[in-house]
Design a protein around this ligand. Structure first.
Ligand code: AMP
Ligand code: MN
Ligand code: MN
Length: 314
């Protein structure tokens, strides 16, 4: 475990970043730690670097302070890599490399740890859960609690996926004590979808196909459709989970096309297929029940290879 108070003690400049295409856990953990350092070390300079978060995260305090790392050139005393290893930091990777001390906090089973200090706990529900563990509770306020709560609900599917542990629920209990409006947060950041998101999801469901005796569901969105409907990657969040919920399905595969012809792949499973293992074949990773990768293949060839790997586990 990292002793956060000790590491932060002499730091004057602190940078924090997380993975490309940031999700709720990534944004929640980056912003939770950012707000905490502001509270606990008012004399230090702290900066947060991520790709632009989706609008649903506007409710997080100071989320507008998040910067693009591209043209930033600074040697931070401490740099945090949250919810990923450094190869997925995108534009912030050079800041991690240049920092005097680096700290990696993550829960991906595929991450061996890339910092001077590492706190990698694959059985944790989320990076937000790990951040909560490390914080000196006297500096936590309602805004920090809310940011961490958002991360936990996103990575656990509102405390439902199998990564949810009794410890997760105890932390959630501590967080809701701060008194934010959690039913509204769950609706507005997790379940609510725009009309466009609802329409693309309906289209994928209408065209989805089953393989391996109905145990695998597959859906996709090609790059032309991404362009013509004006879709961003976060508009597709949740589709892979919906595919997984088709009766009889053990694993779901969802892909969308990228500008360079590659495909971004998401995999989910219900109870026994290890999808992190499958994604590691394509230099991706994640968790046993939820993982992802990017493949330099057309969707059809990628599906063929993935089905072969799933079949080995069925
Ligand atoms: P996704 O399907 O992209 O939402 O990813 C599911 C889970 O796998 C998330 O926890 C991601 O952070 C993780 N993941 C996705 N892509 C990768 C990758 N290339 N390497 C490591 N983890 C990944
Ligand atoms: Mn994440
Ligand atoms: Mn996470």
């Amino acid at each position: 475990m990292v002793n956060l108070s000790k590491e932060l003690e002499n730091a004057k400049t602190i940078g924090i970043s997380g993975h490309i295409r940031p999700d709720g856990d990534c944004i929640g953990s980056v912003m939770g730690l950012f707000l905490y350092i502001k509270n606990s070390k008012p004399d230090a300079t702290v900066r947060a670097f991520l790709e632009e978060p989706a609008d649903i995260f506007d409710c997080i305090k100071e989320v507008e302070e998040i910067e693009n790392a591209e043209n930033v050139d600074e040697e931070f005393d401490i740099f945090f890599c949250l919810d990923c290893d450094k190869t997925r930091l995108g534009a912030a990777e050079h800041l991690f490399d240049a920092a005097k001390t680096t700290i990696n906090i993550d829960h991906h089973v595929s991450n061996p740890g890339c910092g001077d200090y590492n706190y990698i706990v694959p059985k944790a529900s989320s990076t937000c859960e790990l951040i909560f563990d490390l914080l000196d509770k006297k500096y936590i306020d309602k805004d920090i609690a809310m940011a961490l709560y958002i991360g936990i609900i996103h990575d656990t599917g509102v405390m439902q996926y199998s990564n949810t542990s009794p410890k997760t629920l105890r932390i959630v209990a501590d967080l809701v004590e701060y008194g934010f409006d959690f039913p509204r947060l769950i609706d507005e950041t997790f379940y609510e979808k725009s009309l466009l998101q609802t329409q693309i999801s309906a289209k994928v469901m209408a065209d989805c196909k089953l393989f391996l005796n109905g145990k695998v569901a597959f859906g996709k969105v090609d790059y032309e459709t991404m362009q013509s409907m004006g879709l961003k990657s976060y508009d597709l969040d949740g589709i892979v989970n919906q595919l997984r919920l088709i009766k009889g399905v053990e694993a779901s595969v969802f892909m969308y096309g990228l500008e360079n012809g590659d495909n971004k792949v998401s995999l989910r499973s219900r109870s026994y297929v290890d999808v992190a293992k499958i994604c590691q074949n394509f230099k991706g990773g994640g968790h046993v029940r939820a993982a992802g990768c990017t493949v330099s293949m057309d969707a059809e060839s990628a599906l063929k290879e993935i089905l072969k790997l799933i079949e080995e586990q069925i």
